[in-house]
Design a protein around this ligand. Sequence first.
Ligand SMILES: CC/C=C\C=C\CC(=O)SCCNC(=O)CCNC(=O)[C@H](O)C(C)(C)COP(=O)(O)OP(=O)(O)OC[C@H]1O[C@@H](n2cnc3c(N)ncnc32)[C@H](O)[C@@H]1OP(=O)(O)O
Length: 289
Amino acid sequence: MALAAARRLLLHAGSRLGRREAVDGARRFANKRVLVETEGPAGVAVMKLRNPPVNSLSLECLTEFTISLEKLENDKSIRGVILTSECPGIFSAGLDLLEMYGRNPAHYAEYWKNVQELWLRLYTSNMILVSAINGASPAGGCLLALCCDYRVMADNPKYTIGLNESLLGIVAPFWFKDMYVNTIGHREAERALQLGTLFPPAEALKVGVVDELVPEDKVHSKARSVMAKWLAIPDHSRQLTKNMMRKATADNLIKQREADIQNFTSFISKDSIQKSLHMYLEKLKQKKG
Ligand SMILES: CC/C=C\C=C\CC(=O)SCCNC(=O)CCNC(=O)[C@H](O)C(C)(C)COP(=O)(O)OP(=O)(O)OC[C@H]1O[C@@H](n2cnc3c(N)ncnc32)[C@H](O)[C@@H]1OP(=O)(O)O
């Protein structure tokens, strides 16, 4: 409840709580974890995640992300968004494990509602979304990219992308799975989901998780040129086509949002699942030492 009120406040107060500048026709607004830069004439915004160290999607980050998207949707001069990261070498580490570990059921429910909200907004956006994947993109990071209409990835074998939930001992929800199937087909999705495959760029391209690979320093320029191509299509026909392709998948979640929240909450609260997450977090720590 408190979060919803804060969200309304942020959305409407905009320039009071966020920062807004106008320089040479370029505008920007920034929350703490999401920076949005727009270039007036082109109608394109660049949205940069900046939640160091790994752009994990904490509740605050999800909320700011959703608000920023909502603002852009409401700005009729914006037709396309390039989604990228300001954290070196990381696109997004996905959902924040600390939001799903050691908390109470009310927190899990609130968190999941916000994950759903962001996904629905991104997946059903009328804007053209292009992701410039400039780093690692596991699980929820891959989810963000999959919501986009086109994915450009840096051709750096250190970066991997995929829905790796099963490696954490958790199960990707049906709507993650649906979007994966829509993108790479049933057989590839079935295998990749069970194995929790994190694809290096060349393999990601081969199975269709991403659309194009470019040298790391070309990711942004390529995303811009892809965007220019998509902008040449009339909005109304492109939007209706996108809606036709995605509506059934989005509706599948919309009609069972509450049940999905309850499923998530009871699943993630299980001792065995909390134990798996604990072990995974420990493994991440040990990797350092
Ligand atoms: C019922 C089903 C529901 C859930 C669905 C969930 C979908 C998800 O998105 S779950 C999250 C899955 N994400 C991952 O598996 C990624 C885990 N992270 C990594 O693999 C790596 O951190 C990396 C992204 C490849 C980056 O590696 P590196 O640059 O070497 O950084 P690290 O030293 O590993 O990490 C720095 C710091 O961040 C913490 N961290 C990493 N990922 C997350 C995360 N997703 N959530 C929260 N925190 C994360 C990591 O533990 C480190 O913390 P320290 O305190 O500094 O040790």
